[in-house]
Design a protein around this ligand. Structure first.
Ligand SMILES: [Ca+2]
Ligand SMILES: [Ca+2]
Ligand SMILES: [Ca+2]
Ligand SMILES: [Ca+2]
Ligand SMILES: [Zn+2]
Length: 757
C-alpha cells in the first residue's frame, strides 16, 4: 500500500531541526527525500515511509545531520550525525619564565583549530576545542587576538589526533610557543584591569626569531630577537613579552603617540613586575642567567635622571615596586596586585611624564571623582613615591617637608641671625612628623667648611639662629631636619646650592625687579644651531614648566630661559650656549661689590650643563658639578633662593651676564632671575689676631681662625692663603671653577675665614 503523506517536506525539515540535538544551531538544509525505512516490528521486518532530512551545522554544535520524520504521524523517529569529532584540549610546553631549563605546560587559548573534515573552532581559556574529523591542526598565525610569525623559517604548524595534545618544540620554535602563551597570559591580566583600553580588543601581532640579538621592541607589533651575543632568544622570556605588550598598552591608554619614553619603559617593567612580583627584570635575558634591570634600588627624580629611557624609567617603576611591597604589609599579595594593576592602568590615561607619575597614580586611585578628599591608597602611594623623589614628599628622603623663608642681609650689629622653618609631614593624615632633630648648617668660606648649629622644634616649627659672624661675610646655609619619618633639607640638596646672605652695611648700587622694563638686558646665542628658541632668554612671567616657578619673585616679571609660554616647554634646548647681559653698570667707588639676586635655577649637573654668572665676561659662578660622568647632581631650586656673590676686586664698570651651556641630552628649566641687585661695601674692619673678629660679644665662636689682612688685595690674600684655600690664589678668572661659588669667594679673600679643623 502507499501511504498518503500527512506531513509536508517543509514541516518535516522544521520538525527535524527543532526536535534534533542541534536545535539551537543554524542549519543549512541540503535536501529532503521520501524514503522507505525498514524496521523490526512485532511481526517481523516491516516498513514505514519517512522524510529523510539532510542538514548541516557548524560552530558550537557542528554536524552533518540525517533525520527521519514519519510521513503520516510527523514524528521524528531517528537522527544521527555522520560527522566524527575530535574534542579535547590543546596545551603547549613553554619556558616557565625564560630559558632557564624549567618548563611548564599551559593552555593554548583563543587559537583557531581546523578539523580534518572541515570546520574550525577556537580554543577557549582552558585550551578546549571541538572539531570534526579524526585529527586537528593549529597554527600560531591563526589566533583570535594574537598572531605569531616566525622570521627564521616556516611558521609553526601542529597536527594531532589525540584528544588532549601538548604542542612542543618538535612542531614549532620555542620562541613561537612561548610568545603565544605569554601574550595570552598578559591578555588575561589585561582583561581584568585594562578592559577599557583598546589594545585588549585589538589584539597584537608578534614576530619572533628576528635576525638580530639582545633586544626586543614594540612598533605597533611586538618583535623579538634570536639568541646570540651572550643573550637568550628574547621571545622566550616572559618578562620581555609582558614588557613589549606594556608599551602597546601605554600608547593605547594615553591615546596618543606622544608618550614619555621613560614612563613607557617604567610602565612596561611594571606590567612585567605585576606578573612576576619580582624586582628583577627578565632573568635569563643573558645566557649567564642574569636579568637586565632591578626595580629595587631607589632611583630618584630628578637626580638619577640620565636621559636614558630604561634607566630613567626605573624611577617610576621602582616607585610602583615599593608601593607593592608597602601595600603587601596590609593586604594579601593578590589584593595588592589587583589594586595597583587597576591604578597604574588608569593612571596611564593621563599620559604623565616622570615627575607627573605621582599625580597620575592618585588620579587612577581616586574612587569618587574628588581628589580633595584623598584617595583610598594615597598614604601608600605617597610613602612609596617619596623614596623616588616623586609626589609631595619629594623635598627630601622621606615624608617631611620644610618650608623656609630665606634669611636676607643682616646688619653688622645683629647679635645673631634668626632661623625659622616650618617642619611638617607631607601627609598629616597618613604620617606624623615624629620626633625630629633639626639643625642649620652654615659656612662663611663659600661652602668649603660647614658648621652645624642645633635648632629647636616646637611642634610646628624649627627655630634657632646662626651666631654672629664678622662684618663683610657672606653666609651660606641650609636647614636639615630628620626623624623616623625621613630626612629633609631646605633647600633640597642643601650643600649643592645653599641659600646665602651677607652681613654688613651696604650701599645699593643697582637693583632691577624687571617689572616696568626689561632693564635693557640683551641676550645672544653664542654657540649651537640657531633654531627658534635657541636663544631662549625671555622677559615675562614664568609658566611653571620644566621645573620653572609659576610666579615671579617680585611682581609678575622675571628674566629666564624659556619661560614656557605659547609653544615653549619651559626647558632650555640641547647643545646651545646662550647668554643675557646687563647694560654697563658703574660700580666704582666701593672697596667690595656684591651681587645679590633671586634665583630659581634648574640645570643638569655641571659635568654636562653649565649655568654660569659672568662679570665682564669672566666666569664668577658655575652650578654644582659632581665631577663624575654619572652626572646626577643637578641644581634643582624649588623656591626663589637668595644668592649672594662677591665680585672680583677692582671692577669699576660691570657688564653682568647669566649664561647656559648645554650638552646633547637632558634639558631642564634653566635660569629664572629676579630682583638683581649690586651692593657696595667697605672692607670689614677686623683686628689682626683677634679671633672673635670685629663682631663684639656673641660673635664668632673660637672654632674659627679669622685672618683677613686685606680682602680687596689679591696679592695679600694670595700671600696669606699659602695654598690652603683651594681655588683661591691658584685660580684665575679664566678657569671655570669646579664649584663656582666656592672658588669665587676664595678669590675674593673670604675663604680665609676658616675653621681650624
Ligand atoms: Ca577622592
Ligand atoms: Ca620681578
Ligand atoms: Ca644637558
Ligand atoms: Ca625655563
Ligand atoms: Zn621597552
Amino acid at each position: 500500500m502507499v501511504e498518503v503523506p500527512q506531513v509536508s517536506a517543509e514541516q518535516a525539515v522544521q520538525t527535524a531541526i527543532e526536535g534534533g540535538p542541534a536545535a539551537s544551531a543554524q542549519h543549512e538544509v541540503y535536501g529532503v527525500a521520501r524514503v522507505v525505512v525498514p524496521f523490526d516490528g512485532p511481526d517481523g521486518l516491516a516498513y514505514r515511509t519517512a522524510w529523510m532530512v539532510r542538514t548541516g551545522t557548524s560552530g558550537k554544535l557542528p554536524g552533518q545531520w540525517v533525520s527521519f520524520v514519519d510521513v503520516v504521524s510527523g514524528a521524528l523517529f531517528n537522527v544521527h550525525n555522520q560527522v566524527r569529532f575530535l574534542e579535547g584540549t590543546l596545551s603547549a610546553r613553554h619556558d616557565l619564565r625564560g630559558p632557564s631549563g624549567d618548563f611548564d605546560v599551559s593552555p593554548v587559548q583563543d587559537l583557531e583549530v581546523s578539523g580534518s573534515e572541515g570546520g574550525t573552532d577556537f580554543t577557549d581559556g582552558t585550551g578546549a576545542f571541538s572539531v570534526s574529523g579524526s585529527s586537528a591542526t593549529a597554527r600560531f598565525t591563526d589566533g583570535a587576538d594574537f598572531d605569531i610569525y616566525n622570521e627564521d623559517g616556516p611558521e609553526a604548524s601542529f597536527t594531532w589526533s589525540d584528544s588532549d595534545a601538548i604542542w612542543t618544540d618538535s612542531d614549532a620554535t620555542q620562541a613561537e610557543i612561548d610568545t603565544y602563551v605569554f601574550i595570552t597570559m598578559v591578555q588575561n591580566w589585561a582583561s581584568l584591569y585594562a578592559n577599557d583600553i583598546g589594545i585588549v580588543q585589538d589584539g597584537m601581532t608578534g614576530f619572533v626569531n628576528l635576525d638580530s640579538t639582545c633586544n626586543a621592541y614594540y612598533d605597533g607589533n611586538i618583535n623579538f630577537f634570536q639568541a646570540g651575543g651572550g643573550c637568550n632568544n628574547t621571545g622566550r622570556i616572559k618578562d620581555v613579552v609582558f614588557h613589549e605588550w606594556g608599551h602597546g598598552m601605554h600608547y593605547y591608554a594615553a591615546g596618543t603617540s606622544y608618550v614619555d619614553g621613560s614612563v613607557g619603559e617604567g610602565i612596561s617593567d611594571v606590567v612585567s613586575m605585576l606578573e612576576t612580583n619580582d624586582s628583577i627584570m627578565a632573568p635569563y635575558f643573558n645566557t649567564n642567567g642574569s636579568g637586565i634591570r632591578d626595580l629595587g634600588p631607589n632611583q630618584r627624580y630628578p637626580d638619577d635622571v640620565i636621559n636614558q629611557v630604561h634607566t630613567d624609567g626605573l624611577i617610576f617603576g621602582g616607585a610602583v615596586w615599593d608601593w607593592r611591597k608597602i601595600a603587601e604589609e596590609s593586604m594579601t599579595a593578590e589584593e595588592a596586585k589587583a589594586i595597583i594593576s587597576r591604578v597604574v592602568v588608569d593612571g596611564m590615561t593621563t599620559n604623565p611624564t616622570i615627575p607627573d607619575t605621582y599625580d597620575a597614580m592618585v588620579f587612577g586611585d581616586d574612587d569618587d571623582g574628588d581628589l580633595s578628599n584623598g584617595t583610598p591608597n594615597i598614604c601608600d602611594i605617597i610613602e612609596a613615591f617619596s623614596l623616588h623623589g616623586l609626589g609631595p614628599a619629594s623635598m627630601g628622603e622621606g615624608l617631611l617637608s620644610l618650608g623656609h623663608e630665606v634669611i636676607t642681609n643682616q646688619a653688622p650689629s645683629s647679635a645673631e641671625y634668626p632661623v625659622v622653618a616650618d617642619l611638617a609631614s607631607v601627609a598629616p593624615d597618613c604620617f606624623s612628623v615624629g620626633v625630629p632633630e633639626a639643625k642649620v648648617v652654615w659656612s662663611t668660606d663659600g661652602g668649603e667648611t660647614w658648621t652645624e648649629t642645633g635648632l629647636d622644634f616646637d611642634g610646628g616649627s624649627v627655630t634657632g639662629a646662626i651666631p654672629q659672624v664678622p662684618d663683610g661675610t657672606v653666609v651660606h646655609y641650609y636647614i636639615e631636619a630628620e626623624s623616623d619619618s625621613g630626612i629633609v633639607q631646605s633647600p633640597v640638596n642643601g650643600d649643592r646650592h645653599p641659600f646665602s646672605f651677607a652681613v654688613g652695611d651696604f650701599t645699593e648700587i643697582y637693583c632691577n625687579d624687571f617689572e616696568t622694563t626689561d632693564g635693557d638686558w640683551t641676550s645672544e646665542l653664542l654657540a649651537g644651531e640657531n633654531t627658534e628658541g635657541a636663544d631662549d632668554w625671555q622677559w615675562g612671567r614664568p609658566q611653571g614648566l620644566g621645573g620653572d616657578p609659576d610666579f615671579a619673585f617680585s611682581g609678575s616679571r622675571v628674566w629666564g630661559n624659556d619661560l614656557g609660554a605659547d609653544n615653549y616647554n619651559g626647558e632650555y634646548q640641547n647643545d646651545r650656549h646662550n647668554r643675557i647681559s646687563s647694560p654697563e653698570i658703574d660700580v666704582s667707588g666701593h672697596e667690595r661689590v656684591f651681587l645679590q639676586y633671586r634665583r630659581w635655577l634648574n640645570v643638569e649637573d655641571a659635568f654636562y650643563d653649565q649655568g654660569q654668572i659672568l662679570a665682564n665676561g669672566e666666569v664668577i659662578w658655575t652650578n654644582h658639578a659632581s665631577g663624575r660622568s654619572v652626572g646626577d647632581e643637578h641644581t634643582t631650586d624649588r623656591q626663589w633662593a637668595l644668592h649672594t656673590i662677591e665680585l672680583p676686586a677692582g671692577i669699576e664698570t660691570l657688564e653682568l651676564s647669566y649664561e647656559i651651556i648645554t650638552d646633547g641630552g637632558l634639558s631642564m628649566g634653566g635660569w629664572n632671575i629676579d630682583d638683581v641687585c649690586l651692593y657696595g661695601a667697605d672692607a670689614a674692619v677686623v683686628e689682626p689676631g683677634d679671633d672673635t673678629g670685629d663682631t663684639g660679644d656673641g660673635g664668632s665662636s673660637g672654632d674659627r681662625d679669622v685672618d683677613v689682612p686685606d680682602p680687596g688685595s689679591e696679592t695679600a690674600s694670595g700671600a696669606s692663603d699659602s695654598g690652603e684655600v683651594s681655588g683661591c690664589a691658584c685660580t684665575t678668572a679664566e678657569r671655570t671653577p669646579a664649584s663656582g661659588w666656592l672658588a669665587v669667594l676664595g678669590l675674593a679673600g673670604l675663604g680665609l675665614i676658616r675653621r681650624r679643623d
